[in-house]
Design a protein around this ligand. Structure first.
Ligand code: AVJ
Length: 315
């Protein structure tokens, strides 16, 4: 196992063991985004069926002037999960004299690459990247100019990965970070026809399936696990009652896999839960925001009400 990851044991090993030891087996969805997984996700974003990225990009392009206007001049802008360079560029093109831009991402390499490109495009903007998992505490460096207010930008409907309770908790953390008068510009995917959702998470080309299965590819490589990749199948279903897509890896037969001396047994038909993708109405999201102390100030949606970008403010 030692030569699978330059001799280092990945720090997520305990989380993986705990998740696979639970009565309902789970794996953390943040593990999707290794080099290969990030590439597969980029391909998902270009699929016809996956409306999410296309519609959000269009909303950003169309309304960035208004967004920059409600945010106002001199802000400290902090992006959670910076990977969406098209979206942030729409905003940076129109923001007036931002005090600084702080992209936060769990992948250091990814962050260095995107920050270099942004620095070239926006030489007048102070850019202070932070490598961090935004679900854990982290510090944002103070900009050299005192900001008028702090605003977190959280695109992509990544908030949908969290249960409503965990989402409220994360928003509470953002509220603490931005303080009174601070803002949150957030992309939130909307409740819609189950057919549209089914197609978006079960694309014809099988890119989403490859993205889901890549979790096991990664565990085999980085943890020396021995999952039999041909005996697990991608499943994505819409749970209407909970308003969420649930993604799983389904064990096609009775089998077992070993990771770092731990053995995991699977019944035929047993599955590993790999991701939730919660969908909201403007009202249901407003409630969660309210729990964290935010008020909904503006909501931008497309003509088909597929997706929303919302500006929330802390009173
Ligand atoms: C990046 C979390 C918003 O939930 O739609 C895409 C990830 N999973 N296809 C989503 C994803 C399967 C995506 N988020």
């Amino acid at each position: 196992m030692t030569d699978t990851n330059n001799g280092r044991i990945p720090d997520y090993l305990d989380e993986v063991i705990a998740g696979l030891s639970a009565p309902e087996k789970t794996l953390p969805c943040k593990l999707f985004y290794d080099e290969r997984g990030s590439g597969l996700f980029d391909r998902i974003c270009e699929l016809d069926e996956y409306y999410v990225t296309r519609v959000e990009n269009a909303l950003m392009a169309e309304h960035a002037v208004e967004m920059a206007d409600v945010i106002g001049p001199g802000c400290l802008l902090i992006e959670y999960g910076a990977g969406s360079s098209t979206k942030i560029r729409a905003l940076l093109d129109h923001l007036r004299q931002p005090a600084a831009f702080v992209p936060v991402d769990i992948s250091g390499e990814h962050l260095v690459r995107s920050t270099d490109a942004l620095k070239r495009s926006y030489p007048g903007v102070e850019i202070n990247p932070v490598v961090a998992d935004f679900t854990a505490p982290f510090k944002v460096p103070a900009p050299s100019i005192k900001p008028s207010r702090s605003v977190v930008y959280f695109p992509g409907s990544t908030i949908g990965n969290f249960t409503p309770e965990a989402a409220a908790e994360l928003l509470r953390g953002i509220a603490e970070r931005v303080g009174p008068g601070g803002g949150l510009l957030i992309g939130v995917d909307l409740v819609k026809s189950p057919d549209v959702l089914h197609a978006a998470y079960n694309d014809r080309e099988g890119v989403t399936a490859a993205f889901n299965l890549n979790l096991l590819v990664r565990l085999n490589r980085e943890l020396g696990a021995n999952f039999n990749l041909s005996c697990f199948t991608h499943r994505a279903t819409y749970n209407e009652k909970k308003a969420r897509v649930e993604m799983r890896l389904h064990s096609d037969r009775r089998q077992s896999a070993e990771i770092a001396g731990h053995r995991f047994d699977f019944e035929a038909g047993e599955s590993i839960l790999t991701e939730y993708s919660h969908k909201y109405t403007v009202e249901s999201f407003g409630k969660i925001a309210g729990v964290a102390g935010f008020s909904t100030r503006r909501v931008w949606t497309d003509g088909d009400d597929l997706f929303s970008v919302q500006y929330l403010e802390l009173d």
